[in-house]
Design a protein around this ligand. Structure first.
Ligand code: NDP
Length: 250
C-alpha cells in the first residue's frame, strides 16, 4: 500500500499519555503512517524528545504539556490540534496510572488519583472533543481500558473500577452517537511492558507486576498496532471493544 492509500495518512490524532509506553508507541506508529500528531503528557522533556524525533522523521507533530486531571489542560490539547492542524479526527485517551493495592490499605489518595486521571481525564476529553467531532461531522474516541476490568482480581479493585467506568461511558456514548458522527472504541490490553508499575507504591506488589511485565508483557507496539487497526477502518465500521493480551496470560 502506498502511503497516500493508507487510511491513517493525514488524520489528526491527539494522544494522552504519549510520553512513554503504549501512548508513545502509538504516536510513533501513527506518525510513520502519515498521521499528524498532538502528543500530550506531563513530562515535557520526554514529550519534546518524542515530538522532535517524529518531526525529524518527516511527520507533523506538536507536544502539549497536559495533566489530564485538569479540564483546562485537556481543552488546551484539543484547541492545539485545531490551531495547528485545523481539525481533530481521533482522540486516544490513554493516560493512566495504576496505584493498585488491597482495599484494606485505605489508600484514599491513590484511589482519588486513579479516578482523576483514568476516569475524569477521559470525561474531559469527551467534553472537549465532542463539539469538534460534531462540527466536523465525524470523529473517533479511543480509550485504553484494561483486562483488569474483565477479570476481577485482588489488589486491582479501584483501578479496574475506573477502567470499567470508562467502558460504561464509552458504551453510553456509542448509543448516543448512532447518527454515525462519532465512533467509540475501548481497547483492553493485558500485561504490557511499560512504566505503568511506577505508580505502585507497595514494593512487593510493584515487584510482582514488574516481574510479570518483564517476563511475558507485550511490547507496547503490539497495542499501538491494535489502535491503528481500529482507526484505519472505514468510518461506517466501528470496533467497539478490542482485547489484546499476551498469549500466555491467564
Ligand atoms: P506508562 O506509565 O508507560 O504510560 C502512562 C502514560 O500516562 C505516561 O505517558 C504518563 O505520562 C501519562 N500520565 C499519567 N498520569 C497523567 C496525567 N495526570 N496527565 C497526563 N498524562 C498522564 O504506562 P502504559 O503505557 O502501560 O499505560 C497507558 C495506558 O494503558 C494506561 O491507561 C494504563 O492504565 C493502560 N493499561 C496498561 C497496561 C499495562 O500492562 N501496561 C494494561 C492495561 C491497560 P506523564 O507521567 O509524563 O504524565
Amino acid at each position: 500500500m502506498s502511503t497516500s492509500e493508507d487510511a491513517v495518512h493525514g488524520l489528526v490524532v491527539a494522544i494522552t499519555g504519549a510520553s512513554s509506553g503504549i501512548g508513545e508507541a502509538t504516536a510513533r506508529l501513527l506518525a510513520a503512517r502519515g498521521a499528524r500528531l498532538v502528543v500530550a503528557a506531563r513530562r515535557v522533556d520526554r514529550l519534546e524528545v518524542l515530538a522532535d524525533a517524529l518531526r525529524n522523521d518527516g511527520a507533523a507533530a506538536v507536544a502539549v504539556t497536559a495533566d489530564v486531571s485538569r479540564r483546562e489542560d485537556v481543552q488546551r490539547m484539543v484547541d492545539t490540534a485545531l490551531a495547528e492542524f485545523g481539525r481533530l479526527d481521533v482522540l486516544v485517551s490513554n493516560a493512566g496510572i495504576s496505584a493498585i493495592g488491597p482495599l484494606g490499605d485505605g489508600d484514599v489518595a491513590g484511589w482519588q488519583a486513579m479516578i482523576d486521571v483514568n476516569l475524569s481525564g477521559v470525561l474531559y476529553g469527551i467534553a472537549s472533543a465532542t463539539p469538534v467531532f460534531r462540527r466536523q461531522g465525524r470523529g473517533h474516541f479511543v480509550t485504553t481500558v484494561s483486562t483488569a476490568g474483565l477479570k476481577i482480581v485482588p489488589d486491582m479493585g479501584v483501578y479496574a473500577a475506573t477502567k470499567n467506568a470508562v467502558r460504561t461511558v464509552m458504551e453510553a456514548l456509542r448509543q448516543e452517537s448512532t447518527d454515525g458522527v462519532i465512533r467509540t472504541t475501548s481497547i483492553s490490553p493485558g500485561f504490557v511492558n511499560t512504566e505503568l508499575d511506577g505508580s505502585i507504591t507497595d514494593p512487593v506488589l510493584r515487584e510482582q507486576i514488574r516481574s510479570s511485565m518483564d517476563s511475558f508483557g507485550l511490547a507496547p507496539d503490539a497495542v499501538a498496532r491494535a489502535i491503528a487497526f481500529v482507526i484505519e477502518q472505514p468510518h461506517d465500521v466501528e470496533i467497539g471493544d478490542l482485547t489484546i493480551r499476551p498469549t500466555v496470560q491467564n
